[in-house]
Design a protein around this ligand. Structure first.
Ligand SMILES: [Zn+2]
Length: 315
């Protein structure tokens, strides 16, 4: 029996899997054996942490009065587009932002000592990443690139700090929001505002379950269901998916592929930071706001000689 330790930003998860499959990206697939036991243990352990937004009970995602979501101009975006409607919209917003440039002294307002270096032009071709298997998406925690970039990702959608929207807008920050419907749903308008300033919205399931504890059908319902919700809210079907807790199995990958996902995105601890790292920004750790934890991470990114770039440009 192999024992893999997967370090998540806010907790360490130890998984005992009857078999474990190490992917090209270094992730771990919990195999079928021992799945139910691992699921029960993990679910219990993880949900004991009251601060874990992803463990919150499902809330009513209906928000018909949400003006931002319902007025989204890309509701007719073609989900079959190989570039991806998320990328298209995010790219347009990002290009417009870049054209104007951030306010000159914006960095000071956010506690940085210098402006963020501009991200290099997106690669003409996305760096090749190996699929996890025939017909399956790749699983990545880092993009193979020499560009001096990292990728900022956020999960769940619990914290809806208006200042975070200001931060993203003023610093022209390319961020990827992996949203769970039961967590983000009651406040999708906030994420509509983030999209309007260049953030991308990605899939993080309907209810944030430990996916390897579910059947294939159950996993598919979680992933495809959130694709439907995001289509309904924002007019998009994301290409990128992050499994809750970074935990997945072979069924997850099959289900994700069936739901139109082209890459399963994990993350790295980022210590030390390296070009291409996909970083996970913790929400409100130790009483700090998402905005404060993000600016702290930005300082580290700058110290490493790197700058944030759009994940969809590379993946
Ligand atoms: Zn999560």
């Amino acid at each position: 029996m192999r024992k893999r330790r997967i370090t998540a930003p806010r907790r360490a998860i130890t998984v005992n899997a009857g078999r474990a499959i190490t992917t090209t990206a270094g992730g771990t697939i919990a195999a079928t054996a021992g799945r139910a036991v691992a699921a029960a243990l993990l679910a219990g352990t993880l949900c004991l942490s009251g601060s874990l937004s992803g463990c919150a009970p499902p809330a009513d995602p209906a928000d018909p009065a949400d003006p931002v979501a319902s007025a989204d101009p890309v509701a007719s975006a073609d989900p079959a587009d190989s570039v991806g409607p998320v990328g298209r919209l995010g790219g347009k917003a990002a290009r417009e932002a870049a054209a104007h440039g951030p306010p000159e002294d914006a960095y000071r307002r956010w506690g940085l000592d210098a402006p963020l270096a501009p991200a290099p032009s997106p690669p003409a071709r996305r760096p090749p990443v190996r699929a996890a298997g025939p017909g399956l998406p790749p699983v990545v925690d880092r993009v193979p690139t020499r560009d001096k970039v990292v990728f900022l990702t956020f999960d769940d959608g619990a914290e809806k700090d208006p200042r975070f929207v200001d931060l993203v807008r003023e610093l022209r920050l390319p961020v990827g929001m992996f949203l769970t419907d039961s967590v983000a749903g009651p406040g999708y308008a906030h994420f509509g505002r983030l999209r309007a300033v260049g953030a991308s919205v990605q899939n993080h399931t309907l209810h944030h379950p430990y996916l390897p504890g579910l059947s294939y059908a159950g996993q598919r319902a979680e992933i495809c269901g959130q694709q439907d919700k995001l289509k309904q809210r924002f007019g998009i079907r994301p290409r990128l998916f992050r499994p809750p807790y970074g935990e997945y199995d072979a069924d997850t990958l099959r289900a994700a592929a069936g739901c139109g996902i082209t890459a399963v995105v994990l993350w790295r601890d980022g210590d030390p930071l390296r070009p291409g790292d996909i970083l996970h920004c913790p929400e409100g750790r130790s009483g700090t706001s998402l905005t404060a934890s993000t600016t702290a991470l930005l300082r580290r990114v700058q110290e490493a000689g790197l700058t944030p770039a759009r994940l969809e440009d590379y993946l």
